[in-house]
Structure formats: C-alpha cells, structure tokens
Design a protein around this ligand. Structure first.
Ligand SMILES: [Zn+2]
Length: 298
C-alpha cells in the first residue's frame, strides 16, 4: 500500500499510550485488563473483535453525495488534542510510515477521512484513539480485549495496536493491509453514525430484541462494504495505491474475522458480525461498485 504523499495528520488523533510508539509498559488508560466490559472468556475475547457499534438498522437513506455533484468537500481542520503532536513529529520524518505501525495506521485513517468527506454530506471527522490496556469512552469503559472498536457516543475509533496485531495474526490475517481493513471497517461504523443508521438500528434492536443479532450482522456487513468502497475510491482517486495482492490481504482479513472462522461451533443465530463468506462478499461489493449506496445490507 502506497500513499500519494507522506504527510501524516495527527490532529484527529488522541494518543493515550504511556510509552511512545506503543508496546512499552506505559501507564495505560487508567484501568487494568481486569476492569473491562464484563470479563469475557477467551472465545468471547476474540469474538468481540471488531465489536464496533454492534447495532443495525432499517432503511439507510444515507446522505451520500451523488457522484456527479461531488465536489471538494470541506474537511474540517481538526483541533490538536492529546499528545497527537508527538505522533505528528515522529510520523512526519522521512520513512516513518514504513517504519512505524502507528504512523501507517494514522495515515490510513487520514485517507479514510479524505475519501468520506467527499462522499457524505455533513461529514465530520472522527478521532482515532491509541490506547493500551484500558480506556474510558462515552460508550463505557473498555479494555484491549474488546478489540478495535468505534464508539458512536464520542465519534472515536479506539485501537490498542499491539493487541490488534496479535489478534489478527491469531486469526490468520497478516500484514498491514489487514490492519488497514480494520481501520476502514471502524470508520465505516462512523459513517453509519453520521447517516443515522446506527441510531435506527439501535431503536429496532430495542423494539425487537430477538432480532438483535441479525440486525447486528447487517450493521457489520455494511461496515465491511464501506471498507471496500473506501479501498476502491482511494485507489481510483490515486490517494492510495493498492496492488491486487494487497487487496487480497484485505479480503482475507474480512473473511478471517467472520463469526464461523472465529468460532466454528457457533450457531448461526449467534452470529453478530456475519460469516467469513458474507463479510468477504460485502467487502467485495463495496470495492467492485465503489458506491456506498450499494451497501444496503438491510
Ligand atoms: Zn464492526
């Protein structure tokens, strides 16, 4: 994966890690691994990967900008927050994107924002939060074990990098393109938040608790589709060069996090994210069309 420039914009990044660049022991976000969203077992831990919003909805009616009228949409200049500036300094040194994982992730995050700002009316940029061990969010406290996730309450994508890497490797999804897919998927949940889809689905789930999982699957598949749309658009606009084999890595990652891959014994009614095949299919659908309106999983 190659980028059209090497500027890394850390203005929408919050770095809560104690050790610079992650991996160090650090102070963490204020809570140990024990104090999490409810002591998940090992299977539960893995299943919670890409937990994301875990909500789904009905009619999308998203405010996507029709292709013909797409203009250079205005990306809000973000405010500097947290210790994102340390990251900015390090990530803007020559070769930093190749060298540092968090610089690469931040760059991918930048590119998702650039693309979506041109696709969605009233787009507001989310924040990327690097944390380790535990973090407090508007959606409640979370630990690394939750896996990367998006909180609609604060518009933030939360990532414990080393933990995510470990998790992906365990599921057989290797390489940076697998990580890029994860970022694009989580930002996909942000799109659902902006379009109101997230809220609608949460309402539906409240009204019809028996359909909770099925709705969740639709929501997750839509985020996969949006990830595909991003990859296509970014590639087409020349912002990111993705080779066919890199694209395969992303597809593989989408399949690797399918419910049936994570736990082959899980009954379909317990799926919350979709099967490997479904996840890959929706990612492909997004990529093949490059059109978010094709991502109607409902
Ligand atoms: Zn998700």
């Amino acid at each position: 994966m190659k980028f059209d420039d090497s500027n890394v914009d850390a203005s929408q990044v919050q770095d809560l890690r104690g050790g610079r660049g992650g991996g160090g022991p650090g102070r963490g976000g204020g809570m140990g691994r024990g104090a999490t969203v409810g002591g998940l077992g090992i299977i539960g831990l893995i299943m919670a990967v890409f937990f994301g919003v875990n909500v789904a909805g009905n009619e999308p009616e998203p405010q996507f900008i029709p292709t013909q009228t797409q203009t250079q949409s205005q990306t809000r200049t973000g405010t500097t927050m947290g210790t994102g500036s340390d990251l900015a300094t390090r990530c803007n040194q020559p070769g930093a994107i190749d060298q540092y994982e968090d610089c690469f992730i931040t760059k991918v995050f930048n590119e998702t924002n650039e693309i979506w700002a041109s696709q969605v009316q009233g787009y507001r940029r989310p924040t990327l939060v690097f944390f380790e061990r535990g973090v407090r969010t508007a959606c409640g406290p979370a630990s690394s074990d939750t896996g990367p996730f998006y909180c609609p309450g604060d518009d933030k994508v939360y990532i414990d990098l080393p933990f995510m890497k470990q998790l992906l490797n365990r599921l057989g999804a290797n390489g940076r393109n697998a990580e890029a897919y994860v970022i694009a998927h989580e930002v996909g949940h942000h799109i659902q938040n902006i379009t109101g889809q997230e809220r609608r689905v949460r309402q539906l789930q409240g009204q019809d608790p028996r359909n909770r999982n099925a709705l969740s699957v639709r929501m997750e598949l839509q985020a996969d589709c949006y990830a595909g749309v991003w990859a296509r658009q970014a590639n087409e606009q020349g912002k990111v060069q993705i080779t066919p084999s890199e694209l395969d890595q992303a597809r593989e990652a989408a399949a690797a996090v399918g419910d049936d891959r994570i736990n082959p014994r899980l009954g379909q009614e317990h799926f919350t994210h979709g099967s490997a095949q479904q996840r890959q299919e929706w990612f492909n659908r997004g990529f093949d069309s490059g059109d978010p309106r094709q991502c109607n999983t409902f």
